[in-house]
Write a new protein. Sequence first.
Length: 225
Amino acid sequence: MLSAGLPQGTVPKLERPGPLRERVYEALLELITTRALRPGQHLVESELAGHLGVSRQPVREALQRLNTEGWVDLRPAQGAFVHEPTEEEADQLLSVRTLLEAEVARLAAAHSGRPGIEALEELCARGKQAVADDDVDLAVATNAAFHAKVMELAGNVVLSELAAQVDRRVRWYYTPVARRRGTQSWIEHRELIAAIASRDEGRATEVMRAHTEHTRQTYHLREQS
């Protein structure tokens, strides 16, 4: 049941302005990417509507959109289920992420200034503290914010938009390995900051490529002891 699968306090409030169907879509997508709604979980329209405080219609529309985008599977005579990603899907997505973010890191090293470096250092400190506190949700969110900041520093709008398109799905794959990546991920982030700060484009590319590759490998090893 949905009510048993959503931890207390995980359901977002639909208070932001905008069309209701869009807000419901964003709320459900957030629940999926944070894995409050788990891969394979049955999604019952009436229960989702009750949790979100809306009618079933915007929920139905959101589920159809999420199905089109690959987040939800609509099965005839069974209903909607959170998509269960295959190893091949994850590998393809994380490999594309490596290509995009390696170039993003190179451009960040070429263009960033002191304010950008300080912002990265602040995010890195926040992420390390989240790991120390065993706050997985905050660690995942801070990791996403760190990579988004590097994208911003790259200064290439088109490349940043492409990278942003895969960012939410990357967060989906990263969440189950965040604790395992732990402190090592932020050590790698620190190495990236040093490369960007020294304007070493080659080193920044190398560090980011290795960093994203480590995440890809860890995802595939996630079920091993």
